[in-house]
Design a protein around this ligand. Sequence first.
Ligand code: GLN
Length: 267
Amino acid sequence: MTQKLKAKSYQLNIGWLYPELMSTYGDKGNIMTLQKRCEWRGIEVKIINIDQRSKIPDLKTIDLLFAGGAQDREQSIVIQNLKKHETEIRKLIEKEVPALFVCGAPQLFGKYYEPSIGKRLDGLGIFDIETIHAGPQKKRLTGNVIAKIINKNILNTKYPILHSGIIVGFENHGGRTYLGKYAKPFAMVIKGYGNNGEDGTEGVVYKNAIGSYLHGPLLPKNPGIADWLITKAITTKYKQKVTLAPLDNAVSNQAKSVIARRLGIKL
Ligand code: GLN
């Protein structure tokens, strides 16, 4: 039975991984979107920064995990510390805590990331993906992207992902990500490069963890994904199905339509 959400009845701890090192291209906007879309519904939110100074227990309290993008240099710094949290992060993902990892973050949550210069960074292996930077001479995969979510775990939720799964964002990465046989793509690009500019896939999903190349930031223009993450976080934490109160998404829809139109697509 779906529990009607009562104001002030839920509280979520959102874990923000390495906010000072991994927040390129305004990815902080994703945290702000999650926080506001909770508060507007009376869901209490606490943002917990998880970085080199955090102790392991901090992760045990996390209900929703986020990490933004980063350049190669920051990724090589983060991975040293991220490995220390590997067991706890894996436990969260395995118990279906939702997560959003953007660009440089999912690269580190895959099997490995080979940066433009320097040695391979072994990842956490949560996503069955491998990423190889094409090198400083090759073009970066950059530009506006419009894609369609194909992952059933996300599309099948009662919560409507606006525009039947059409999402927009901005990508800027040298790394080319290839999905392994167990990896499920998040979306398929309609216009843009996506994971590698070859197979049309964008991002990856494992349980309730989404990896995506879409900056923008992603969530303000695609609030259905934010609501999916919040819904999953409440369901996993309280073991209750919830229906979030609808919000006025007019501004988000307008922003999404502007990007789509720039790509020649009318939503
Ligand atoms: N440094 C990584 C790459 O170039 C990730 C970049 C990013 O997070 N925008 O692919």
